[in-house]
Design a protein around this ligand. Structure first.
Ligand code: GRF
Length: 195
């Protein structure tokens, strides 16, 4: 049995799409069974449904400032779907220790920089300002410290003369779409996930 995977999104869902497309290949070692967004207007929800994957939203508003209560509702959806691995793909919520601990070793994130360089936001701007010649993306396990968990895979792209934040972001995004499915496959193969 292939491990069952949920993807958490907040927006456009291009990494989500890359993961779903990769998992359609018969020999891919994981199955995408659920997409979950904290925003019901996330464009990625419709994309997921069009690709044949169940997609639900768990809005934050009803939970006010209680982030853990929201995460308990998210986690209930993940457990109901018998998920074994969670992929964050543009999920724009800081997680509490509750959800991180529930999924320790089984939750991945993609970040648009070569970590440990440039954690947090505005990574392309920071790479350009620092005069980097090489930039890229990282897939890592999620731990309580933001963008600091063990690294599973990285992809590099050149920074070219005349690059803007947008041109560099687009080049990195292309690499994200290549690296994330590889990293998920690596985790899925390397662990004995019980159903
Ligand atoms: C990506 O750049 C990813 O690295 C970051 O958020 C963005 C999500 O984009 N964590 P998308 O929704 O996958 O298109």
């Amino acid at each position: 049995m292939k491990p069952r995977v949920a993807i958490l999104i907040s927006g456009r869902g291009s990494n989500m799409t890359a993961l779903i497309e990769a998992a359609k290949m018969p020999d891919y070692p994981a199955e995408i069974v659920l997409v979950l967004s904290n925003r019901e207007d996330a464009p990625g929800l419709k994309l997921a449904r069009d690709l044949g994957v169940r997609a639900v939203s768990v809005e934050t508003r009803p939970f006010g400032r209680d982030r853990e209560a929201h995460e308990r509702a998210v986690n209930a959806e993940l457990r109901k779907a018998n998920v074994q691995i969670v992929c964050l793909a543009g999920y724009m919520r800081l997680l509490t220790p509750y959800l991180v601990n529930e999924w320790a070793g089984r939750m991945l994130n993609i970040h648009p920089s070569l970590l440990p360089k440039y954690p947090g936001l505005d990574t392309h701007k920071k790479a350009l300002e620092a005069g980097e010649l090489v930039h890229g993306c990282t897939v890592h396990l999620v731990t309580e410290d933001m963008d600091a968990g063990p690294i599973l895979a990285q992809g590099e792209v050149p920074v070219l003369p005349g690059d803007t934040e947008d041109t560099l972001a687009a080049r990195v995004l292309g690499e994200e779409h290549r690296v994330y499915p590889k990293a998920l496959a690596k985790l899925a193969i390397g662990n004995n996930f019980k159903t």
